[in-house]
Design a binder for this molecule. Structure first.
Ligand SMILES: NC(=O)c1ccc[n+]([C@@H]2O[C@H](COP(=O)([O-])OP(=O)(O)OC[C@H]3O[C@@H](n4cnc5c(N)ncnc54)[C@H](O)[C@@H]3O)[C@@H](O)[C@H]2O)c1
Length: 248
């Protein structure tokens, strides 16, 4: 219980995105050094500069297993092990089954599910050996609802990520490593502001009991809670963040 986050190292994927940047900022505020990983190099550099010296950018496509293994090896050699992994990178597809080409299906699975697996595989052994670690996977409400607006590949990839969360949690619990997921819905990011139509946004706002979309900082707050040393008895849990859209 005396464990502190000060000086621990986190890796956040999709860190150049709205949510990833908010999560990285929250972890830095909690005293962690953060490796910010994203495939969008220019935005990544800007976000890392904005977050100051505790932020280290790492440009990488997480769907490429060889590139992930090589990059994790470099991080390990230069900075040491990662204590906290946040698998946040994701791509959205709103296409339903018949409109989803096999290439699109593979791309969505490659980023949303395979990438999280490659990273967990790279960092979990050292967390277990140390006897302390945290993994938080950014899942989605879509895996439970079938996708109110999200498509088949996206919803299925997030269902896979939920199952991966439970599987990793079970194999890691006795070693002091917790693995949890968060299932947000409709955060104010480009996935909502650019990838939904005005009509979809109006309909959703009338259906979300809280009556608004979610701020990225509210999601980052839940990640910070799960990463806390005092959350060590929570594992294999998926926390909904959906303004009451689905209550269960
Ligand atoms: N916005 C929402 O309402 C919402 C709801 C539920 C879940 N989510 C999930 O939250 C996470 C963050 O999404 P966001 O809304 O901030 O979107 P975003 O598009 O702002 O951020 C996603 C980031 O992932 C990065 N990325 C994409 N492919 C990558 C790859 N191959 N390798 C490395 N990085 C890659 C992108 O460059 C981007 O910076 C995603 O997993 C998304 O599915 C979002």
């Amino acid at each position: 219980m005396t464990e502190t986050l000060d000086g621990k190292r986190a890796l956040v994927t999709g860190a150049a995105g709205v949510l990833g940047a908010a999560i990285s900022a929250a972890l830095i505020e909690s005293g962690l050094k953060v490796v910010l990983l994203d495939v969008a190099e220019d935005r990544l550099r800007e976000v890392a500069i904005g977050l100051g010296p505790a932020a280290q950018p790492l440009a990488l496509d997480i769907s490429d297993p060889q590139a992930v293994a090589a990059a994790c090896g470099r991080v390990r050699a230069e900075q040491g092990e990662i204590d906290v992994l946040v698998n946040n990178a994701g791509i959205l597809s709103n296409n339903k089954a018949a409109e989803t080409a096999p290439e699109e299906w593979r791309r969505v699975m490659g980023v949303n599910l395979d990438g999280a697996f490659y990273l967990a595989r790279a960092w979990l052994p050292a967390m277990k050996a140390k006897g302390w670690g945290r993994i938080v996977n950014v899942c989605s409400l879509a895996s439970k609802t079938g996708g109110l607006t999200a498509g088949t590949a996206y919803s299925t990839s997030k269902g896979g990520l939920t199952a991966l969360t439970l599987s990793l949690a079970r194999e890691s619990a006795a070693a002091g490593v917790t693995v949890n997921g968060i299932a947000p819905a409709y955060i104010k990011t480009p996935m909502v502001t650019d990838q939904l139509t005005e009509a979809q946004r109006r309909k959703l706002l009338s259906e979300i009991p809280v009556g608004r979309f979610c701020d990225a900082e509210e999601v980052a707050h839940v990640v910070r809670f799960l990463v806390s040393p005092l959350s060590g008895f929570i594992t294999g849990e998926i926390i909904d963040i959906n303004g009451g859209l689905v209550m269960d």
